[in-house]
Design a protein around this ligand. Structure first.
Ligand SMILES: O=C(O)CCC(=O)C(=O)O
Length: 336
C-alpha cells in the first residue's frame, strides 16, 4: 500500500499573500515532523528542465564504460565526485583487483552487505572551496557539463525557497536556515539502476539502494515512473511503504540528519531505500526489471556551521557540519 505523503502546492509561497506563505511553511514543517517526506508541486523548476535533466542522465549512462571511466569517482567516499560504476565495471575504472574490492565496499552497506545495483555521477558546486568536480572531457559529451552546472544553480535556488518556507513554518527568524546554506556546499547525483532480473533482487544479496537516511538538510528528488522507492513507516519501524511520483516533475523532498539535529529530533530524517516496485512483486522471477533513473539534489549546510546548535559560528567544543558529514560518510560506507 502506497504511503500517504502530503502533497504541497508551492505556488502560494512564491506568489501568495503573507498568510498564504505561512500556510505553506506550516504544511512543510508538519510533513517533516510527521514523516520526514513530502511531495512538492509548482516548485518553480520547469517541467522541460526536468525532462532535459533526465535526457542528459540517459545520455551519460549510455556512454561506454571506458568513456565514463574518464571521470572516475576516487576510491573512497570523500570527495563524493565523479562516476561510480557497479561490480565488475569498477575494475575497468581503476584497473586492479585491489581497487575493485575498495569500490564494492564503497557501495556496500555494512549492515546488509547487499551489493547496490546502481551506477551514479556525483557533482558539487562549481566554486566549492574543498573539492573540485570531476568531469568527462567536453568532447565525450558536449553540453553535459554546462547543463549540469546550470541545473545545480536552479536546484540551489529552489532549495533556498523551500528552506525560507520552513523558517516560516518553524517560527524561525528569516535566514536562520538559508543563511547557513550560503555556500551551496551541496551534492547533485544522477543515478541509473540498470536492468536486473527480478530473482536477483528477491535473492536478498542485491538491492538497488539499501535503507539509509540522508546526511544533509533536505533532498530534492525526481524519479521516473519505474517505482521501487520506499520509506519507513514512522508508526511501524522496519516496515517500508512505497512512495511513487504521479509525474516526472513532482518533487519528493525529504529531511536529512543535519536538520534533525538542529531541531533536536522535532523533524524526522526518515530511512528510505530503493528495491522492487509493488507492481513487480509478483512478477515472474525470470522477468527483467526495468532500468530506473533518479536525480537527487542533497542540500547541506555550510561545512563551518555547528551540527549541534544554530549558533552563527561553530562554538569551540561543538562539532562542525563538515566533520559530521565526513564521519557519516565514513561510517556508512565502512571506512571508520
Ligand atoms: O533513487 C532514488 O529514488 C533514491 C536515491 C537515494 O535515496 C539516494 O541516492 O540517497
Amino acid at each position: 500500500m502506497e504511503t500517504t505523503v502530503a502533497t504541497i502546492d508551492f505556488d502560494s509561497f512564491d506568489h501568495g499573500s503573507a498568510d498564504e506563505k505561512k500556510i505553506v511553511g506550516n504544511a512543510i514543517a508538519e510533513a517533516f515532523r510527521r514523516q520526514g517526506f513530502l511531495k512538492l508541486v509548482n516548485h518553480g523548476i520547469p517541467r522541460h528542465t526536468i525532462e532535459e535533466l533526465f535526457r542528459w542522465s540517459e545520455r551519460f549512462f549510455a556512454l561506454p564504460d571506458a568513456i565514463k571511466a574518464k571521470a572516475p569517482h576516487p576510491p573512497n567516499p570523500i570527495p563524493n565526485r565523479g562516476y561510480s560504476g557497479v561490480g565488475l565495471e569498477n575494475t575497468s575504472i581503476h584497473g586492479s583487483q585491489e581497487n575493485k574490492v575498495t569500490l564494492i565496499d564503497l557501495k556496500t552497506f555494512l549492515v546488509t552487505k547487499a551489493l547496490f545495483d546502481q551506477e551514479c555521477f556525483d557533482q558539487g558546486a562549481e566554486d566549492d572551496r574543498l573539492y573540485a568536480n570531476i568531469w568527462l572531457p567536453e568532447d565525450d559529451l558536449p553540453g553535459f557539463r554546462s547543463f549540469m552546472e546550470e541545473y545545480y544553480r536552479i536546484a540551489y535556488q529552489c532549495q533556498q525557497r523551500i528552506l525560507a518556507a520552513l523558517e516560516l513554518g518553524l517560527g524561525m527568524a528569516p535566514k536562520t536556515l538559508t543563511g547557513r546554506h550560503s555556500r551551496a556546499e551541496n551534492e547533485l547525483r544522477l543515478t541509473h539502476y540498470p536492468l536486473v532480473p527480478v530473482k536477483q533482487l528477491r535473492g536478498g544479496n542485491c538491492t538497488r539502494i539499501s535503507e539509509h537516511t540522508d546526511f544533509g538538510t533536505i533532498t530534492l528528488l525526481f524519479q521516473d515512473a519505474v517505482g521501487g522507492l520506499e520509506i519507513e513507516d514512522p508508526l511501524q519501524p522496519g516496515r517500508y511503504r512505497p512512495i511513487e511520483s504521479t509525474a516526472l516533475d513532482e518533487m519528493i523532498v525529504n529531511l536529512g540528519d543535519c536538520l534533525q539535529h538542529w531541531t533536536k529530533g522535532q523533524l524526522r530524517s526518515t530511512r528510505h531505500r530503493v528495491h522492487i516496485a509493488q507492481s513487480d512483486l509478483d512478477a515472474d522471477p525470470n522477468a527483467i526489471l526495468a532500468e530506473r533513473f533518479s536525480v537527487a539534489y542533497f542540500a547541506k549546510p555550510n561545512r563551518s556551521c555547528s551540527i549541534q546548535s544554530l549558533a552563527a559560528e561553530c562554538p569551540p567544543g561543538e562539532q562542525t557540519v563538515g566533520d559530521f558529514l565526513l564521519q557519516r560518510s565514513s561510517t556508512t560506507y565502512g571506512y571508520a
